[in-house]
Every structure is written in structure tokens, then in C-alpha cells.
Design a protein around this ligand. Structure first.
Ligand code: AMP
Length: 396
């Protein structure tokens, strides 16, 4: 059983909180997108409300086990103070004297932020001695870093297990609730919409959802490998030659299991891979030689949207086309709109992180769907049915 910070009152304590503050920084070390910080503020506030002191731990980028000012979390401390008014004590190392001094100095109402965990190679090695040094700073452990939960690192796994009081923060609880429970026990009809570049990255998702879904809608670059499996010409479209056989097997398996695997019926093709180029819509079995599939066509948009609007549960992962280019973003935006409409009709709609979350955010639809996952890799692994080490470590 996983307990939340609502279920266990942690009063007057020092609480180690693993957050995902892996935010983008510009050349001047300014945070360019603070979504990840903002999303953990309710957890931080709750701990302060309990009269406890949050000791925040995070990684940022890939400093490869060595201190590197380029990946310092100090800009995050600055932003928390300047933008959100938190009284932050920044510790220049996450363990040892600097960390201990900051923790000892902190009073109720203040927040401690430790320097990047990955300045120590032991973090990614899930090293128990490193975890013990972190553990010595606090009395209890909270994990709110869903985006890092698919990694068994010292701060997500070894450290959690050193505490009897190990709890999930609000962000983590939401992810477990929607990506875990809703998808494991969906109200039917349950429709999965999958897109993105490659089948290879989504095979396990398709396999896992096959037993639960009423239909699986496939768009994006991966659709063309399925076309190839059906014997269609695909021009210069994205193809994973070594996955054609697997696509054939998946088509066979879904029909045996009575799951509808729906492929695009029309596709927008372009004569080169850029926005300012010639493009047109063709039937899926009529992609001309030398052209490449860039987006789902209008007929497919309608087909997919109708299916989504019939659903009680929808999960979406991966764009329907090269949505970074305006001319090939229409399919992806149509799906985002359909999810918003389905939500209004009472469906539970879940956007599984990564590029589909970026598309939803670009349209400002975050509040028009039930849940947008914060974790790219972590949410994909959840959809694959995997147990995430950082989630499993919270079980008591
Ligand atoms: P993924 O990380 O697997 O979800 O893939 C996301 C990427 O897939 C985005 O950058 C899209 O531009 C890309 N993508 C989607 N559709 C296509 C397509 N038809 N051809 C090439 N790339 C695509």
C-alpha cells in the first residue's frame, strides 16, 4: 500500500522530498519553463503547513557524476524566492557539511534545496552509502518526482527504503491514480490513441493495452510500418524495416483478441521533410513514390475523433504527425480537441506525457482533459504495465 502526505501527518519534522526540478535553463542560467517546480508546490506547501521543513532533492540534466556549475540547482532556489516567495536555503552540496549546515539552520516556514544529486556518481548507481548520507539529513521521506520514478537511483529507491515513513506527494499520487488505477481498471469503452515516431518505442504499450482496450488508434510515423505490413507502398515515409513482421503479428493478435486496431485511412504526404514544401492528402494505400507521410488526413481525424467521443476512458501517447511543423500539426491538434470534448461528455482522458503533453500545453488544454502526465519515460513505462522502482519503493 502506498500512503500519501494526506494520510500521514508529518508534524514538526525534517522531511526529505525527492522532487523533479529537472528544468530547462537558458545560457544565463534562467529557468525557461518552471512547470515542474510549480507542480510540486502543493506538496511543499502541505509539508510547511504541517510545521515541518521540506528538504528538497533533485537532479538536473546529466552532469555525469561530477559537480558542474552548468547543472546547478541554484537558479531554481532563486526562482522559488523571486517568483513564488519561498524562503529557500540553498546547500552547495547535497551531502556532507554544506547540506548539514543548511538543514540545521532551517527554521519552520523555510525550505532547504540541496544541490544537484547527480553531482555524485553514486546517485545513479543506487548506492546505499550515499543514500544513508542523504537519510541522515531528515526524519521521513516523500517522493513527488514521478518523472524520475522509472529509475532505480539512490534518491528514488535506496533512500525511500531507509525510512518507515515513506510517502507519496500530491503529484506522485495523481500519477499513480490516473496512469495506474484508471488504466488498470478502465471504464469501457476504453480507447488508446498511440502515435509518435516509431513502433519500437511503443510495442510494449500496444501489447499491454491490447488486453484492456476496446480500440487502439494508431497515427504518427509508426503507422507506415503497419502499412508496409499490409503490403501498401509508403514512399519515403518513416519505416522500421525490422519491425514489419512484428506489425503483422500485432495486427493478427488484435483481431484474435477482438480489439479494433484502427490505422489511418488517409494521410498527408509531403515531398520533403520540412514545413515549406509541397503537400497533399492521399488515401493510405496510395502514397506516391518519393513522398512521405507527415500527418493523418481529415478523414482519419474524423474517424479517430468519433471513436474517442464514444469512449468512457481515453489514453493518448504520441503525436499524430510531425506536429512541430505547423502544416503537419492538424491531426495532433484534432486529437487534442477530441480529448477535450470527450472530457466534457464525462470521459476520463489521460495524456501520457512527452510530445502529446507538449501539444496539449501548446493548445492550453491542460485543464480540459482529466490528467496530463508529467513524466515522459516514466509514463510510457507505466503504460507498458511495468512496475516503476520509485513507486514500488514507496509501498509499505
Ligand atoms: P515519440 O517520441 O516516439 O512519441 O515521437 C515523437 C516524434 O514523432 C515527434 O517529434 C514527431 O515529429 C515525430 N513524428 C510523428 N509523426 C511522424 C511522421 N509521420 N514522420 C516522421 N516523424 C513523425
Amino acid at each position: 500500500m502506498i500512503k500519501s502526505i494526506d494520510e500521514v501527518r508529518i508534524e514538526g519534522k525534517k522531511i526529505l522530498v525527492r522532487v523533479d526540478f529537472n528544468v530547462p535553463l537558458d545560457e544565463e542560467q534562467n529557468v525557461t519553463d518552471d512547470t515542474r517546480i510549480r507542480e510540486s508546490l502543493p506538496t511543499i506547501d502541505k509539508i510547511i503547513d504541517y510545521g515541518s521543513i521540506p528538504i528538497l532533492m533533485s537532479h538536473l540534466g546529466r552532469p555525469k557524476g561530477e559537480p558542474n556549475p552548468k547543472y546547478s540547482l541554484e537558479p531554481v532556489a532563486k526562482l522559488m524566492l523571486e517568483k513564488y516567495g519561498y524562503d529557500v536555503l540553498f546547500a552547495k552540496d547535497c551531502i556532507g557539511k554544506p547540506a548539514l549546515e543548511a538543514v540545521n539552520r532551517a527554521a519552520v516556514g523555510q525550505v532547504v534545496l540541496l544541490e544537484n544529486l547527480r553531482f555524485h556518481k553514486e546517485e545513479e548507481k543506487n548506492d546505499i552509502e550515499f543514500a544513508k548520507q542523504l537519510a541522515s539529513l531528515g526524519d521521513a521521506y516523500v517522493n513527488d518526482a514521478f518523472g524520475s520514478a522509472h529509475r532505480a537511483h539512490a534518491s528514488t529507491e535506496a533512500l525511500a527504503k531507509l525510512f518507515d515513513t515513506r510517502l507519496a506527494g500530491y503529484l506522485m499520487i495523481n500519477e499513480i491514480e490516473y496512469l495506474g488505477k484508471t488504466i488498470t481498471n478502465p471504464i469501457k469503452p476504453f480507447v488508446a490513441v498511440l502515435g509518435g515516431a516509431k513502433i519500437s518505442g511503443k510495442i510494449d504499450v500496444i501489447k499491454n493495452l491490447m488486453d484492456k482496450c476496446s480500440s487502439i488508434l494508431i497515427g504518427g510515423g509508426m503507422a507506415y510500418t503497419f502499412y508496409k505490413a499490409l503490403g501498401f507502398g509508403i514512399g519515403k515515409s518513416l519505416l522500421e524495416e525490422d519491425r514489419v513482421e512484428m506489425a503483422q503479428e500485432l495486427l493478427g493478435e488484435t483481431s484474435a483478441k477482438n480489439v479494433k486496431l484502427i490505422l489511418p485511412v488517409d494521410t498527408v504526404v509531403a515531398d520533403s521533410f520540412n514545413n515549406e514544401t509541397n503537400y497533399k492528402t492521399v488515401k493510405s494505400d496510395s502514397i506516391p513514390d518519393g513522398w512521405m507521410g507527415m500527418d493523418i488526413g481529415p478523414e482519419t481525424q474524423k474517424l479517430f475523433c468519433d471513436e474517442i467521443l464514444k469512449a468512457r476512458t481515453v489514453v493518448w501517447n504520441g503525436p499524430m504527425g510531425v506536429f512541430e511543423m505547423e502544416n503537419f500539426a492538424k491531426g495532433t491538434y484534432a486529437i487534442a480537441q477530441a480529448l477535450a470534448d470527450a472530457t466534457t461528455k464525462g470521459a476520463t482522458t489521460i495524456v501520457g506525457g512527452g510530445d502529446s503533453a507538449a501539444a496539449i500545453n501548446k493548445m492550453n488544454f491542460q485543464n480540459k482533459v482529466t490528467h496530463v502526465s508529467t513524466g515522459g519515460g516514466a509514463s510510457l513505462e507505466y503504460l507498458e504495465g511495468k512496475i516503476l522502482p520509485g513507486v514500488a519503493a514507496l509501498e509499505v
